[in-house]
Design a protein around this ligand. Structure first.
Ligand code: SF4
Length: 300
């Protein structure tokens, strides 16, 4: 089938697409650690949820270790998502040197969880139950944390006199609002802490605006990236023609058939080069009369 393209194709990139402060910082710390250490250097799990960056780090001899039990010696980098106190204890017992690249914003959420736990409150953590940041946050809750993924789960909770609620830093704001709304109905005194990171909120707002103004939107990032998945869900709610891709090779002519305006948005773990590569591919492979590229200035 011959794809049909419009004469004027415009490519717009959502504001703040690409690596967030915490992830950039973690990559810099990992590279610096590699330069300074002669022994083996590991990261606790994938340093970021992006296959291209993981491959580049492997070439530099920085390897992910999913199970710290396997590590006998060397240095381990705690990624931007942080880890539970038990994990630090385990690594210390094994005499493995720890380089802590936990994002300072995540560190503050961990401290908040510890403080709330000391008061004895039940703490609802709104987030992905399998995500390392959420697991790490629960680990700081002295056993008082409960991970809730959505409103449906929140509605199953029993009535309580007092509760606190916080969120994973990359949580979708709508989900946080829905869960909080459900908790109000089963809690006499609910202490709400919106701990969604500012950069996440800006990215989500920019992606929503972009989805409302283009014909097709590509969400670019690793399939295992929680925040990129959230961007996909947000965009898909607004625009049916939203595609989740990991790289430029996954774009097919059918995806952009008939599109006049194409939007691109990348998650907090998507390097700018990957976004630029997608933009380049659209420009060169689907070249028509002309293309314009501009960054959509979404006000947060
Ligand atoms: S999304 Fe925000 S809190 Fe999470 S790593 Fe990035 S800067 Fe830190």
């Amino acid at each position: 089938m011959q794809a049909n393209y419009k004469d004027k194709m415009e490519v717009k990139i959502a504001k703040n697409s690409g690596l967030c402060y915490g992830v950039k910082r973690a990559i810099q710390i990992a590279k610096k650690t590699r330069r300074l250490k002669s022994g083996k250097v590991y990261t606790l799990g994938d340093l970021i949820h992006n296959p291209q960056v993981i491959e580049e780090l492997k070439k530099r001899e920085i390897r992910p270790a999913n199970n710290p039990e396997e590590i006998k010696e060397g240095t381990i980098i705690i990624r931007s998502h942080g880890a539970s106190p038990e994990m630090y204890d385990l690594l210390n017992q094994k005499n493995i040197e720890i380089v802590d690249a936990t994002c300072p914003i995540v560190k503050n959420i961990q401290k908040l969880v510890s403080k709330l736990a000391e008061k004895g409150d039940e703490i609802i953590i709104v987030g992905n139950s399998k995500h390392p940041e959420t697991i790490g946050l629960k680990g700081h809750s002295l056993g008082k944390g409960i991970i809730i993924e959505n409103e449906e789960e929140a509605r199953k909770l029993p009535f309580k006199k007092k509760r606190a609620v916080i969120s994973q830093s990359t949580q979708d704001f709508n989900t946080f609002k829905e869960v909080t709304g459900a908790l109000i109905e089963c809690t006499e005194e609910l202490n709400i802490h919106n701990t969604i990171c500012k950069s996440t909120q800006i990215r989500q707002n920019a992606t929503s605006k972009l989805a409302s103004s283009v014909d097709v939107l590509f969400i670019i990032g690793g399939k295992n990236s929680s925040n990129t998945n959230k961007l996909y869900q947000i965009s898909k709610r607004i625009l049916k023609n939203t595609y989740f891709i990991e790289n430029a090779k996954q774009i097919t002519p059918e995806m952009i058939q008939g599109a006049n305006k194409i939007g691109l948005s990348g998650g907090a773990s998507t390097p700018p080069e990957v976004i630029n590569e997608v933009s380049k591919k659209i420009k060169s492979n689907f070249k028509h009369q002309y293309h314009r590229e501009k960054t959509l200035q979404c006000q947060s």
